[in-house]
Design a protein around this ligand. Structure first.
Ligand SMILES: Nc1nc2c(ncn2[C@@H]2O[C@H](COP(=O)(O)OP(=O)(O)OP(=O)(O)O)[C@@H](O)[C@H]2O)c(=O)[nH]1
Ligand SMILES: [Mg+2]
Length: 440
């Protein structure tokens, strides 16, 4: 596990460590560690045990207290542990110190998530994105990596690279990151294709906490077979599916990577395609696993990531970048407390209750999408030269055509199109706006 360890390393047995600070509750920390356990398993390691320390404040040098570290050390020996995972971000200095004391590999939650990402990445694009995130993570930790190496090799001349060499390596790493970013821009073809389609068609992006059921819902809505699994972060690449028949109007559905608590912002930012999928959507479906007791906190986590994305999108401009969002309470088939569904409806009257597994409530989502997409359409009359077969064919594909008339060398098409498509259409033809109300 981890980006500087080989993949054929011996089996890993991990001890998980969390800290409860005054602002939190023991219950919440336990939930966090359960999630860390699921992440550890998703990365392919065994969990040998968990440790929670209650502290009034963190130990700057070693995160947990000295006494706790000794306790961890004895558990390591008892249980044959070869990896310790901290639930929170460790500073490079802390990780180094703890490793020196425990003498096994020490990683934090971010590194664990990055490891899962690198295992799951399939497409060239996802692989590049993960590599960029890993290098960005490694940059401030170079010194520790060097210390790692020198400890392993040992001997005179290997005890640390010296500040100068470190500076050179940092610069190299930064260059490498920019190089990869440029490479990513180039191969973002599928992203480009999706962006183009998104301007033509009403597009719905499915977001939410990891494992909420986003891919399962996409499969339900679009009749597709995107990979879904109980493992965290099954989806890394966004998938887009077109559905033809929502009120004679095609709709695009995009499934995205899941969010998770304590996700470092630069990790989200490295998934540029996800950012665009969110920013450029006409409607967001925020899927929530209500069978999880911690679902309210997960709603907050997702909302925070979304507002970060919108902040980045507007880059200080005061334009409205928020996209209308509907909550989708999923997995209602798993609710043991039948009263909960009723209470949820009361508390969140706007939310849609579904089970992507059984299909319950999926019709309600489609109806909602219909309403949103109708509001987004305008009635137009486009006059296109007959010689421009391409634009005519495209318009027939993306619009709901109500009338066509041919005169001389032109075809006049009356149709409902997505409002956002107008600027593109205007480049190709003469467009007259007939109003937003459906004609005839
Ligand atoms: N019981 C039940 N299980 C569901 C429902 N929806 C999804 N699941 C299950 O929940 C697990 C996660 O589903 P996915 O669709 O992969 O979740 P996701 O949000 O795409 O997850 P990531 O891509 O990993 O972020 C799978 O085992 C699904 O079978 C539901 O409505 N009811
Ligand atoms: Mg998924």
């Amino acid at each position: 596990m981890g980006f500087y360890r080989s993949s054929d390393a011996p089996e890993e047995r991990a001890l998980l460590v969390g800290v409860k600070l005054p602002g939190s509750t023991l219950h919440r920390e336990k939930t966090n560690l359960e999630e860390l356990e699921a992440l550890t398993k998703a990365a392919g390691a065994d969990v040998a045990g968990t440790v929670i320390q209650q502290r009034t404040r963190l130990n700057g040098a070693t995160y947990v207290g000295k006494g706790k570290l000794q306790e961890i050390k004895s558990r390591i020996n008892e249980k044959g542990v070869n990896l310790v995972i901290f639930d929170d971000a460790l500073t490079p200095g802390q990780a180094g110190k703890i490793e020196t004391i425990l003498k096994v590999n020490v990683i934090d939650r971010t590194e664990l998530i990055l490891d899962i990402f690198s295992k799951r990445a399939r497409s060239k694009q996802a692989k590049l994105q993960v590599e960029i995130a890993q290098l960005t993570y490694a940059l401030p930790r170079l010194k520790r990596l060097w210390d790692h190496l020198s400890r392993q090799v040992g001997g005179i001349g290997t005890r640390g690279p010296g500040e100068k060499q470190l500076e050179v390596d940092r610069r190299r790493l930064r260059d490498k990151i920019s190089h990869l970013k440029r490479g990513l821009e180039k191969i973002n073809k599928s992203t480009l294709e999706r962006r183009k389609k998104r301007k033509e068609l009403f597009s719905v992006t499915i977001v939410g906490y990891t494992n909420a059921g986003k891919s399962t819902l996409l499969n339900r809505l679009a009749g597709s077979d995107v990979y879904e699994s109980s493992k965290l972060f099954s989806t890394l690449d966004s998938t887009t599916r077109k559905v033809e028949s929502i009120k004679n109007f095609p709709v695009l559905f995009t499934d995205t990577i899941g969010f998770i608590r304590k996700l470092p912002p630069y990790l989200v930012a490295s998934f540029k395609s996800t950012l665009l999928d969110v920013e450029e959507a006409d409607l967001l479906l925020h899927v929530i696993d209500v069978a999880k007791p911690s679902f309210k906190e997960e709603i907050e986590v997702v909302n925070d990531v979304l507002s970060d994305i919108f902040k980045q999108a507007s880059k200080g401009e005061r334009r409205d970048t928020e996209v209308p969002t509907r909550l989708v309470f999923n997995k209602i088939d798993c609710l043991e407390d039948k009263g909960l569904a009723r209470r949820l409806k009361k508390e969140y009257p706007e939310a849609i209750l579904t089970s992507a597994a059984t299909g319950a409530g999926v019709e309600d989502i489609l109806k909602e999408i219909e309403i949103y997409s109708e509001r987004d359409r305008v009635n137009i009359e486009a006059t296109i030269p007959l010689s421009d077969g391409k634009t005519i064919a495209l318009l027939e594909k993306v619009a709901e055509v109500t009338k066509t008339e041919i005169s001389d060398d032109f075809i006049r098409i009356t149709a409902m199109v997505k409002r956002g498509y107008l600027p593109l259409l205007e480049k190709k033809s003469r467009v007259r706006l007939l109003g937003v109300v459906r004609q005839g």
